[in-house]
Design a protein around this ligand. Structure first.
Ligand SMILES: [Fe+2]
Length: 310
């Protein structure tokens, strides 16, 4: 099966240098129907499953996610919760863990390698099942990411990957896992954004690290995939070194100001520093603050917070 319906030479030219959207055939696999997804949720390991709802957050970090306990609900109930309430389900690495989904992931990345002539490595894919009211807050991804929208409608806002939209400090925190992947956001940044209404079976890809946020317009099913390239691995090693320099010595080094030789040295240092754990992370516990409950309005019951251990 040819996974793309309308990939052209122009898409090849712009891939990873600009934003492109292309129609694909994921829904034709039959793996993304409600019935198939309910079966998937029943067998997926709980450690790789996140069921969240949107919190109030703060002014700079709106729509922060809250962690939910889903252990009393079967796959069918979780799908109903996503259709009804404000639930966002991330079936992490679903495309890697289960052979029938892995076969499709291999086709997706095989097609991209064939088209671009470049190898892809460490490709990972998760499945997002989300409510009509779900929103993914402003953030950026540290590897090459593609959103393969499959069912429903979502609007995606993409911002330029410049310091104005993504300060180096915020990126350091992402690289070092110092905090969750949010970066500071304010509404007037929308002036620099491009909005895309994604329809069924449409993928979108953008420049490395370009910040984005997503508003659902209906119940949605999507696949997100990510993989490392030489470019992303190089940048992340340099940024790790800069993060350590900032934390240990208060040195402020900007990515944009650095010469190529400086970046080269820092990329080697970054790999070593990461290995020896040179960056001190504050302990951050994943706290559960609600439970999925079939009989509750919106399937959500608030609970006294407790640490996630499942
Ligand atoms: Fe993302």
């Amino acid at each position: 099966m040819d996974i793309f319906k309308n990939w052209t030479d122009d898409h090849t030219k712009k891939f990873r240098k600009d934003i492109i959207t292309v129609k694909h055939r994921l829904s034709e696999t039959g793996l993304f129907t409600d019935e198939a997804l309910a079966r998937l949720l029943n067998k997926h390991p709980s450690q790789k499953l996140d069921v969240c709802t949107m919190g109030k957050g703060t002014e700079l970090f709106p729509n922060k996610f809250r962690t939910g306990d889903f252990r009393d609900s079967d796959g069918k109930t979780l799908i109903e919760a996503a259709k009804a309430g404000k639930i966002w389900i991330n079936v992490r690495e679903a495309m890697n863990v289960h052979p029938e989904y892995k076969a499709v992931l291999d086709q997706m990345y095989g097609a991209i390698s064939d088209i671009t002539g470049e190898p892809t490595f460490n490709a990972r894919g998760g499945i997002l099942i989300s409510s009509p009211a779900a929103r993914v807050p402003y953030h950026c991804d540290q590897t090459e990411t593609i959103l393969w929208h499959v069912r429903g409608k979502k609007r995606m806002y993409l911002y330029p990957p410049t310091e104005e939209y993504l300060p180096d400090e915020a990126y350091h925190r992402i690289i070092t896992n110092d905090r969750e992947d949010d970066i500071p956001y304010s509404e007037d940044m929308d002036k620099g954004a491009k909005a895309f209404d994604l329809s069924e079976d449409e993928m979108i890809s953008w420049r490395l690290n370009a910040p984005h946020r997503v508003d659902n317009q209906s119940y949605c099913v999507s696949v997100t995939t990510e993989y490392s390239t030489k470019e992303s691995a190089f940048k992340n090693s340099v940024m790790f070194t800069n993060a350590v320099l900032r934390q240990k010595f208060g040195v402020d080094s900007r990515w944009a100001d650095a010469s190529m030789p400086e970046k080269y040295v820092k990329s080697i240092a970054g790999r070593v520093l990461r290995k020896i754990g040179a960056y001190d992370n504050p302990d951050s516990d994943d706290m559960v603050t609600f439970k999925v409950d079939k009989n509750a309005p919106g399937f959500i019951v608030d609970v006294e917070p407790y640490q996630r251990a499942f």
